[in-house]
Write a protein that binds this ligand. Sequence first.
Ligand code: SF4
Length: 215
Amino acid sequence: MYHCADCALHACDRMQADQMPQGCPGRYEHMDDVRAEYRKDENYRFGQVCSEVSMSRGGPKPRILEFIDVAKRCGYRKIGLAFCIGFAREAKTLTRVLEYHGFEVESVICKVGGIDKSLQGIENGGNAMCNPIAQARLLNERGTEFNIALGLCVGHDSLFFKYSDAPVTVLAAKDKVLAHNPVAALYQADGYYRDILFPPGEKCARQTAGEEKEK
Ligand code: SF4
């Protein structure tokens, strides 16, 4: 198992190979193959621009401006926007902003096609199922160069990523309780959310695996 999440050394960030701990995934024997992927034409410029923008030279910017920066520097003109119906107003505003910055925007709502949830064996509650596969395919057919996922549900976003031809970035991750800021739950993991995130009586997988080994 890899345990970067428990590592406080972060020798990788300092590029100190000799300091990498036991079991460090940075010792991956195929890292040279990974390097070769970054050098491929299809990844080189995109990866380079994203790294430059992420360095926040000139000060941090809102994510939407970082998106615009990346898209402009990569020379993209046609942007795909896959959004949740609950974000219809935000999608409209986002389109206005992107068009102002010179982009063409193809937008597709999650309910496109109006397919009944019975397709997924779910009793219909009066509204259509989310249709991320169609969102991706429609944007693919329009030849969008860079796609935005705006507020798609957990897993529907995964299907959208799976079927999208263009690279996808997330502008907002839906969280129905926490104002679309899912990590807020983590900030309260040792406070008000402790019993929600760590329900009493349930053991963590790692603890259970350790006990199994001891048997
Ligand atoms: S890659 Fe290695 S050094 Fe970096 S966080 Fe993971 S375990 Fe730590």
